[in-house]
Ligand binder design. Structure first.
Ligand code: ADP
Length: 338
């Protein structure tokens, strides 16, 4: 078989999380939960996206600590470095080479139109750097470097995935069929968006921290944050339309509580008898039961720097093997092999 024609039957998985702060419930249900399931079924590459974090967080004083934290929290959630390749983005230098090639295939107009670029440029007008503009190109490089087809991400990443697909198709059109088309992946058909507790957007690592539940939050903080979640005096009549902020707290309950409890509160809502105080107390307890063991495991691992370094080394070896192989094919396809 011609060595430039890859075997697209084998589905490869790739995704990443930026080390820009503490991981939260959105990262868990939008991404990590799928990682943990997929590692048993596919060849998986998961990375800590430290290069991406530099686009918005140029100060690197806390970077190492944040990288370690993201590693520890992913492992605490069930990611297994023996099953998946779990590595740090900057440990795979080929990423930078592929990013450079893809930049020649990415057009200014399409990059400027990206919603996340426009948002970030608005939020931080002092630092609209070229890395921010080409963020989706770097992300595409990360994904196709392993010739991945499935990318487990939350709903906020949908447009970036569409762009990764565009760049892969453009490369194939120009230089030959090297890359499969990458697609956003979630086990349930719809991509997940875990809303913030104040109904102003999504839970996030670096924004709106009081309305985000972190995997490192202590029990008291979790209960307090949930108590403050936006609710109202309750429905005025039977079978009222549910406001979106109430839908949001139900969504959180669906993530961590047993089905009977959710049904009970839904019935109470429809009967017009729901008491949000009780609802929040119940949700608070279930959330504590969900988060506390993850927090404990992550704390233990964070105290074991040797093990974290070992995990990064095992991951980098696997990721570099795959990256070297892809780049050999890429250079051949492009004629950059003299
Ligand atoms: P953040 O936006 O918190 O900085 P990242 O950009 O590092 O997170 O994203 C890491 C992963 O977590 C991505 O797959 C992203 O889609 C997912 N994710 C982030 N926030 C949420 C959320 N609130 N709901 C669902 N998924 C999310």
């Amino acid at each position: 078989m011609d060595k430039t024609i890859p075997n697209f039957d084998k589905k490869i998985v790739m995704s990443g999380i930026r080390p820009t702060g503490f991981l939260h419930l959105g990262n868990y249900f939008g991404a990590i939960r799928n990682y943990v399931k997929m590692q048993d079924e596919y060849e998986c590459y998961f990375m800590v996206a430290d290069l991406h974090s530099l686009t918005t967080h140029p100060d690197t004083k806390e970077l190492k600590q944040n990288v370690y934290r993201v590693i520890a929290e992913n492992i605490a959630c069930g990611l297994d470095p023996e099953k998946a390749a779990f590595y740090c983005q900057s440990h795979v230098r080929e990423t930078a080479e592929l990013y450079l090639y893809l930049n020649m295939l990415a057009y200014m107009g399409e990059l400027e139109k990206t919603v996340t670029f426009k948002d970030k440029a608005r939020q931080n007008p002092e630092n609209i750097n070229a890395g921010l503009l080409t963020y989706p190109v770097l992300q595409a490089a990360d994904i196709i470097l392993h010739r991945a087809s499935y990318v487990p991400v939350g709903k906020d990443q949908e447009q970036h995935l569409e762009m990764a697909r565009t760049f892969a198709i453009r490369f194939n059109y120009r230089y030959g069929n090297v890359f499969p088309e990458p697609h956003a992946f979630n086990y349930n058909a719809a991509l997940v968006k875990v809303p913030s507790l104040d109904n102003t957007g999504k839970m996030s690592k670096s924004e709106n921290q009081a309305a985000t539940l972190y995997l490192a939050d202590d029990d008291d903080t979790i209960r307090k944050k949930i108590k403050k979640a936006l609710t109202d005096g309750g429905p005025k009549e039977k079978n009222s339309v549910m406001p979106d902020y109430i839908e949001n707290i139900f969504l959180l309950m669906e993530l961590v509580s047993p089905q009977e409890k959710i049904e009970k509160y839904k019935n109470d809502f429809n009967d017009g008898t729901i008491r949000y105080g009780d609802f929040k107390e119940d949700l608070g307890n279930d959330m504590v039961n969900f988060i506390a063991p993850i927090r404990q495991k992550a704390t233990d691992l964070l105290n074991d720097e040797k093990r974290i370094k070992e995990i990064m080394e095992i991951g980098a070896a696997k990721a570099n093997k795959s990256a070297n192989e892809t780049m050999r094919i890429v250079r051949d396809a492009m004629g950059m092999n003299y």
